[in-house]
Write a protein that binds this ligand. Structure first.
Ligand code: NAD
Length: 179
């Protein structure tokens, strides 16, 4: 630990075990971690089925399930803005001060680096399976194995908010619109 506060941003559509691994690893390097829920205003689309609030619920329950000390992180919803060149300032306005950004997203890396903020690319854990796209794909295909990719508490939240039905319905709508 080096007395540092880091920032990690993810859409988390939904929160999966890759996110938990990267959060656990990053907490070995920083004292406190700000976890930004990206595209917080988006929901009810194929790529962004869950609301910002639902994703906060998933993450809060998952971090509790994994016994991660709540005094070590802040969960902050971050809405997208249309100007990429102003985005870092927008994020800084909404978050506690931080000295390092952890991201595997190349646009996120570029925007912070251009503002001279130190960016670290964390290692990926089983990215083929631990990805939001893969979780949503399995849900659409009625493949129950999607539950293995997310913390148990996240599958419980998805059940509570009827998330499987929502994703399947959104997929039906998009297919019918193609006809
Ligand atoms: P994501 O949920 O795909 O990933 C979040 C983080 O988790 C990434 O750093 C990624 O490296 C890591 N991760 C994902 N799967 C992993 C795995 N299996 N193992 C280890 N780590 C894993 O989210 P994202 O797409 O990176 O989110 C970026 C957000 O920033 C988006 O919401 C985007 O809209 C937002 N953004 C907005 C603007 C703007 O508003 N102008 C500009 C840039 C970015």
């Amino acid at each position: 630990m080096n007395g540092k506060r880091g920032l990690l941003i993810g859409r988390m559509q939904p929160v999966h075990k890759g996110h938990i691994s990267v959060i656990k690893e990053t907490l070995k390097e920083v004292d406190e971690l700000i976890i930004g829920i990206g595209s917080a205003e988006k929901s009810h689309t194929h790529s962004n089925p869950f609301t910002g609030g639902e994703r906060i619920l998933m993450l809060t329950k998952a971090l509790r399930e994994y016994n991660i000390d709540p005094s070590r992180y802040y969960i902050i919803p971050l809405e997208d803005i249309s100007c990429n060149s102003l985005w870092v300032g927008h994020v800084k306005m909404l978050t506690p001060p931080f000295s390092k950004v952890y991201s595997g997203n190349s646009l996120v890396q570029q925007l912070f680096e251009e503002e001279n903020i130190n960016v670290i690319q964390p290692p990926l854990f089983n990215r083929r399976e631990y990805s939001g796209t893969e979780v949503r794909r399995r849900i659409i295909n009625n493949n129950e194995d999607w539950k293995k990719l997310v913390p148990k508490s996240v599958s419980q939240v998805i059940k509570e908010i009827k998330g499987v039905e929502r994703i399947q319905k959104l997929n039906q709508k998009e297919e019918s619109e193609l006809v």
